[in-house]
Design a protein around this ligand. Structure first.
Ligand SMILES: *Cc1c(COP(=O)(O)O)cnc(C)c1O
Length: 221
């Protein structure tokens, strides 16, 4: 068995159905993605639109493609016809563009709001008040081609497990609180948290989607 399929099997058995695995394939060649696919993993996460478009054209059509990286409005149109879930919505303006392109493609696109939970200044995302304001914005009623299905966050890049757990726990608490908001196109069911270094903690804290790259495909250079 290859390293890739072994890694996928071992992660899947750890997850034990509690969360779904998104194999983060950024920078990796399509041969490796095909190996993951043949091992039964059909959900891939990319952080650049162009790379996702290029790879999706070379791989089987039943793969679910998730955009997990920072997204610019002018890139939405290239993936609107096939993207399954956008994890990185961080403004109403971006959501309006996704809605426009989804409508053109005759689809409804599921999205997550990216929440800033790490201590680092560099990570993208909304704070709690901004997320709540977006979810309560009357303009949302006009966006019938998008659905906000949950939240995404990245914990601090640290070895301090207590801090990582605290950040995930805070995101879960926010998720639970915002889940109560009733809007036609808001239906929380996904909490995307956990990467190679911290997904076991994330799952303990309530993650439904883990985004794992290097633990499957090796480190990126
Ligand atoms: C790269 C990336 C991951 C995966 O990181 P690994 O540490 O390789 O598992 C997860 N989420 C996002 C948003 C990423 O950009």
């Amino acid at each position: 068995m290859s390293h890739i399929s072994e890694a996928i099997q071992s992660i899947e058995s750890q997850l034990a159905g509690r969360a779904r695995l998104i194999a983060v394939t950024k920078t990796k060649p399509v041969e490796m993605l095909l190996e993951a696919y043949n091992s039964g993993c059909k959900t891939f996460g990319e952080n650049k639109v162009q790379e996702m478009v290029d790879k999706s054209g070379q791989l089987p059509a039943d793969i679910e493609w998730h955009l997990i990286g920072h997204l610019q409005t002018n890139k939405v149109k290239y993936m609107a016809s096939f993207v399954t879930l956008i994890h990185s919505v961080d403004s109403l303006k971006l959501l309006q563009e996704i809605n426009k392109q989804a409508a053109k493609a005759g689809r409804v696109i599921d999205c997550l709001l990216q929440i800033h939970i790490a201590q680092e200044e560099t990570k993208f995302g909304l704070d709690e008040a901004e997320a709540e304001a977006l979810l309560r914005d009357p303009v949302l009623d006009d966006l019938s081609s998008v659905r906000l299905v949950g939240l995404m966050g990245m914990a601090s890049n640290t070895d301090d497990e207590t801090q990582i757990r605290q950040e995930f726990r805070g995101l879960k608490a926010l998720y639970d609180r915002l889940s109560a908001i009733q809007r036609p196109n808001v239906a929380f069911r996904e909490l995307s948290m956990g990467m190679s270094g911290d997904y076991p903690i994330a799952v303990e804290e309530g993650s439904t989607l883990v985004r794992v790259g290097s633990a499957i495909f090796g480190s990126r250079f």
